[in-house]
Design a protein around this ligand. Structure first.
Ligand SMILES: Nc1ncnc2c1ncn2[C@@H]1O[C@H](COP(=O)(O)OP(=O)(O)OP(=O)(O)O)[C@@H](O)[C@H]1O
Ligand SMILES: [Mg+2]
Length: 318
């Protein structure tokens, strides 16, 4: 084979070359093709067979567990790419509030079927730290899972926090996501403790990605800033929400630049907002992306302030 083989993908495109392996591309709204993470996915030994097995068995809800930088998000991408090649419908539920595959940080997110880079729904957890996200996950994930629709495959990505609070967090994620298969990447001993109460669930153990790059604090911080910038970026505008229409949850006054969740009458988060000014008689002024603001009934305070350059800083609310 001389050149790379190209597989069609409704949004993203995959490029397979004998020299470089598998590369995923995204077609941006501006009409450019961009590589996912600007890296190539090189499928580690065992991953390809596992992916083929998962799809041959009909997909279902597949939850991916592993330590930080073990290749979880990459495995999710490779699995969705393979589903796409087989014209199998799929959805991504991203339960990592920090390093998002889809949607803004401080949320759990669900992508539109077969379009992993397009947001279908969010659940606001108020923090980008997995260690702080337990109550938000407990509340938000069941709702996000309920509407996962009729897709053949639901890929559930997780954060890399495994021990300490990570154990309770993973128990909550597993309970809410009800996976039919857990894919475990690597052999971190904390994984055994997480899996122990779920002995009846099928588990597929694979090697962690040997090609995974360790990302430092700065790279992770920049990734979060970029994800917030993309979410609020050009689409966001200032709106005033009358406080007689929408209730502020909690006792503390909103703080300028505080990140908030904007929920409808069913408690479903429709969007995120950033408080611009302290509320007055006309209501609360905030920055929000395009959404049906008249449907907002509840403002949920986040535990973060977002700077104008989209850097998130924790505020001690608890
Ligand atoms: N098989 C691979 N081929 C090419 N690049 C890879 C591969 N596996 C991982 N990487 C790269 O290594 C980095 C870390 O991988 P990835 O994001 O998948 O890990 P993760 O377990 O999801 O990390 P986190 O715990 O932060 O969510 C990413 O930049 C990713 O593109
Ligand atoms: Mg990840």
């Amino acid at each position: 084979m001389n050149g790379p083989a190209i597989f069609g993908w409704a949004g993203p495109l995959l490029l397979l070359s004998p020299a470089t392996g598998l590369t995923a591309f995204i077609h941006t709204p501006q009409g450019h093709w961009m590589t996912v993470d600007e890296t190539e996915i090189r499928l580690p030994a065992g991953w390809q067979t596992a992916i083929e097995q998962i799809l041959a068995n009909g997909g279902g809800r597949v939850l991916v567990l592993g330590a930080v930088d073990s290749g979880k998000s990459t495995f999710c991408r490779a699995l969705m790419a393979a589903a796409d090649r087989r014209a199998c419908t799929y959805t991504l539920v991203d339960t990592d509030p920090g390093q998002k595959m889809v949607g803004p940080p401080a949320t759990l997110s669900r992508s539109q079927p077969t379009t992993p880079d397009r947001l279908a729904a969010i659940a606001f957890v108020g923090t980008t730290s997995a260690a702080e996200a337990l109550s938000g996950v407990r509340q938000g994930l069941p709702r996000l899972m309920k509407h996962h629709g009729q897709t053949t495959l639901t890929v559930i990505n997780t954060s890399g926090l495994l021990s300490g609070r990570g154990r309770a967090l993973k128990a909550t994620v597993i309970d809410a996501a009800r996976p039919q298969l857990i894919v475990v990447l690597g052999d971190d001993p904390a994984l055994d403790a997480i899996l122990q109460p779920h002995r009846r669930l099928p588990v597929l153990r694979l090697a962690a990605s040997p090609h995974a790059r360790r990302r430092g604090r700065n790279e992770r911080r920049r990734a979060r800033m970029a994800a917030f910038a993309e979410y609020f970026g050009e689409a966001a505008h200032a709106v005033t929400l009358p406080l007689k229409c929408a209730r502020w949850q909690g006792d503390r006054e909103p703080i300028p630049r505080q990140l908030v969740g904007l929920a409808d009458q069913n408690g479903q988060d429709r969007a995120l907002g950033v408080i611009l000014e302290r509320p007055d008689q006309s209501g609360v002024s905030l920055l929000a992306p395009e959404c049906d603001i008249s449907a907002i009934r509840l403002l949920r305070p986040g535990r973060l302030l977002l700077s104008e350059s989209w850097e998130a800083m924790p505020i001690g609310i608890d």
